[in-house]
Write a protein that binds this ligand. Structure first.
Ligand code: ADP
Length: 787
């Protein structure tokens, strides 16, 4: 199997997920190594350049040394030569006797010598007493300070040297010196002559000698100067030397005439240019070029090393993240090879199953924790080749034996070339979800049962009137179509509220319904309407029957009231009728007497007419009151109710000797009610009150009408009497049918009064009048513009 080694590598990698991470350390060391290499290279370069410069310096030193030695040698040999030449010539230059010279050509000899030896600037013949007895000056390089004949030599060094020459009879040379205003170095050469009384003192221009010696060595890169006891002989040399401290120098001892003196004379050779500029530049450039290239390469290497370190760090961060994810508490991960052999499990996986990795590694399917074999299901899903495979839910068993609901998602594990290495399985403990799902299903089941068992018809309609759902109650009445629901909703929408307040009548089913509707979002987010239609036919029919009963009772009661008031009414009618009779009788008598003027006649007719109108009105009122009408809730004026009730009540009051007082609040609103019914209600209460106060001391009855304080949309009517009042016992029985304390009473009045008040949406109440008596009150709603 070709992928076998890769699989092992993967297994290894997964196993190492638990060991500490080494990658960033390795690259960090690499980075340090690069730094070290960079620093070492720089150090090497410095050392190499130092060595190159140093060796070049050494070579230059050697060259300078050779040149200096050459210069010294040529100087020394030249001086030696000059001394010898002087010595040879001395014979011709000395004074023999009495100021005479052995040869007349002394002058010539001296000139010839100085021409030959241009460094000799002057020659003087000096006696033992240091007196200059003769002197010659060079025409080639004339001396500035000429030694005058007859002058005495004063220079200490020179006189000492002259003295020594007289003793030793060998040539001497003085220490170097300079002359004022010259930048030249001189020395005096003292040469013995054949005469023991005279020596020759020749001033030698050593600067000139040095220049010609340097020219001879043909090396103009070097500068040579004289030093004496380590100090510059010429001031100018000192000044020049300070600016070339680092220059290559070499100091060679100058032993003139082979003799050492106290004063140590040396020649200092200095290389003008820096040593490097004088060397062969090709190797230097080669080394420099190579070094630069090496540095660049190293810097490049260093850059990539850093990049690598950075990417390794990122990789490590991602790797730890992945590791954290793999070890996270939620998902159990297992890796299998292509045969399904477990090669890695993470900690969560072990935690879920409650076992060790060693229990699982190496297992092949069916695994021990499977309670059911899901091999085929997994195979099928993998064969489908879906990039996000479906999860497989199954029952699993922990090591402890506990059974739980598990879910596994498999995804293929491939190497970088896309070759299959195996599979990664993510295992979840979905017990909670499974239980929750079961719970939801059970709840759903319960809910469906409840909904189905409802007597009400329940239907869910889409916006386009499609029936999404209907319960059994609905289907029983309207079938499986949305028609019934649509019909009910339509009547609910189109009928004015007053007409369906008590319920909707559905003609097709001949039933009454209480219909409620509310918007709903259906399962996939569609807008829908839920309609609940409760069949209220039975209740409604009962209500209608009761209403009809009430109507009949109330009509009867009105007639009864009229009956009760019959004698008063008759008396009331009797008065206008008696007056009419009186006026008619009077008129007739006058007519008989002939005293009926047309004026009186008109007055009599007018009075008769007035009384007839009065009687007519009373009859009209009685008729109006007794007439049976259907209850209608309309706008009613309080003033009208009061006025018309009072017309009848006053008739009775006169009979019963009661005093009626009216107390109306200002600006009372229009009421919503049935005028005749309200009058009947008020008249009943007034009649009861008048009967109650008949035997009392206080015959006053107050009718007070005002808005309710707490409920501004209600008006309260109060009938306040000061009669005997009603005991609590009586109050409890007051509304019992046929309860009456009166001999001729029917005991239905208050019952009907309460029904009328409730029909109007108000209440009938009884309280005790402060100071004795009873107060009956009822409330009526204010007209709000709606029937
Ligand atoms: P009826 O007037 O025919 O007796 P009602 O139902 O009108 O029947 O009255 C029932 C009883 O309530 C009366 O018999 C009376 O005893 C009592 N009652 C009614 N109004 C008053 C009142 N204002 N004061 C005292 N008792 C009253």
């Amino acid at each position: 199997m070709p992928a076998d080694s890769s699989v092992t590598a993967v297994a290894d990698a997964f196993q190492k997920l638990t060991t500490s991470d080494q990658i960033p350390k390795v690259t960090k060391y690499g980075l340090w190594a690069s730094w070290a290499a960079l620093v070492l290279l720089a150090a090497c370069l410095i050392v190499v350049s130092f060595l190159v410069i140093d060796s070049e310096r050494r070579a230059e030193e050697i060259r300078l040394q050779q040149s200096t030695d050459l210069v010294v040698q040529s100087l020394e040999s030249r001086i030696l030569g000059t001394a010898e030449l002087l010595q040879k010539t001395s014979m011709r230059l000395m004074q023999v006797q009495n100021g005479r010279f052995p040869m007349a050509s002394a002058e010539l000899s001296a000139t010839t010598l100085m021409e030959e030896r241009s460094e000799v600037t002057s020659i003087a013949l000096v006696t033992k007493e240091n007196e200059v007895i003769r002197s010659w000056t060079s025409s080639v390089s004339p001396t500035i300070e000429r030694r005058q004949v007859g002058a005495l030599l004063t220079e200490k060094e020179l006189t000492a040297a002259v003295a020594r020459v007289f003793i030793t009879d060998t040539s001497e040379i003085t220490p170097l010196y300079t002359l004022k205003d010259t930048q030249l170095v001189y020395a005096d050469l003292i040469v013995p002559t054949p005469s023991s009384q005279q020596v020759l003192v020749a001033r030698v221009d050593l600067s000139r000698l040095l220049t010609s010696a340097v020219r001879f060595s043909s090396n103009d890169r070097y500068r040579f100067v004289f030093l004496e006891n380590g100090d510059y002989v010429l001031e100018g040399d000192r000044e020049q030397s300070t600016d070339a401290e680092s220059a290559v120098r070499y100091e060679a001892p100058l032993t003139l005439l082979g003799r050492r003196s106290d004063v140590k004379t040396t020649i200092l050779g200095t290389s003008f240019d820096h040593a490097l500029s004088a060397t062969n530049k090709v190797p230097v450039f080669l080394v420099a070029g190579l070094s630069v290239m090496l540095a660049l390469t190293l810097a490049w290497l260093f850059y990539y090393q850093r990049q690598q370190h950075r990417s390794h760090r990122l990789l490590a961060a991602e790797y730890s993240l992945r590791r954290a994810m793999s070890e996270s508490a939620v998902v159990g991960l297992r890796v299998t090879d292509r045969e399904g052999r477990i090669i890695y499990v993470n900690e969560t996986f072990q935690k879920i199953l409650g076992c060790e990795a060693s229990d699982l590694l190496g297992q092949r399917p069916p695994y021990t924790y499977w309670l059911e074999d899901i091999h085929e299901r997994l195979d099928e899903i993998l064969k489908a080749g879906n990039p996000t495979p479906e999860p497989v839910t199954f029952l699993a068993r922990r090591k402890s034996g506990e059974v739980f609901h598990a879910e596994v998602r498999l995804s293929p594990l491939e190497d970088e070339n896309g070759r299959s290495l195996g599979y990664i399985g993510a295992l979840y403990d979905v017990t909670a979800q499974a239980l929750a799902r079961e719970e939801v299903l059970a709840a759903n089941d319960r809910f469906t049962r409840v909904v189905q068992s409802l007597n009400s018809s329940l239907a869910v309609l889409s916006d386009s009137d499609e029936l999404y759902f209907a319960n059994r109650g609905y289907e029983r009445l309207f079938g499986r179509s949305s028609e019934g629901a649509v019909r009910l909703l339509e009547s609910l929408r189109t009928l004015p509220e007053a007409e369906h307040r008590e319920g909707l009548y559905d003609e097709a089913t001949e039933r009454w319904f209480d219909v409620r509707v509310r918007p709903l979002v259906w399962t996939k987010g569609e807008n829908a309407r839920l309609m609940i239609a409760t069949d209220i036919t039975a209740r409604r029919e009962l209500e209608i029957a009761r209403e009809q009963q009430l109507r009949r009772a109330e009509a009867t009661q009105r007639l009864v009231t009229m009956g009760e008031m019959a004698s008063s009414l008759a008396h009331e009618l009797n008065q206008p009728l008696a007056a009419i009779s009186n006026y008619a009788g009077g008129a007739y008598t006058m007519l008989e007497n002939g005293t009926l003027s047309s004026e009186r006649c008109r007055t009599a007719f007018e009075r008769i007419e007035n009384q007839a109108v009065r009687a007519g009105k009373i009859i009209q009122r009685i008729r109006g009151f007794a007439k049976k009408t259907d209850a209608k809730l309309e706008p009613v004026l309080v003033s009208k109710v009061i006025q018309e009730t009072m017309e009848l009540a006053n008739i009775q009051a006169r009979k019963l000797n009661a005093r009626l007082e009216i107390d109306l609040e200002e600006n009372l609103p229009t009421l919503r009610g049935d005028e005749v019914m309200l009058e009947q209600l008020l008249l009943n209460l007034l009649k009861n009150a008048m009967e109650a106060v008949f035997e009392s001391d206080n015959h006053t009855i107050r009718v007070r009408v005002a808005r309710l304080e707490a409920h501004q949309n209600m008006v309260r009517f109060e009938v306040i009497d000061h009669g005997p009042g009603i005991s609590d016992e009586e109050k409890a029985r007051l509304f019992d049918a046929f309860y009456s304390t009166k001999s001729e009473g029917m005991g239905m009045g208050l019952n009907i009064c309460r029904s009328i008040a409730e029909l109007h949406g108000g209440r009938l109440g009884i309280t005790d009048t402060p100071g004795g008596g009873a107060t009956f009150s009822f409330t009526v709603p204010v007209w709000t513009g709606e029937a």
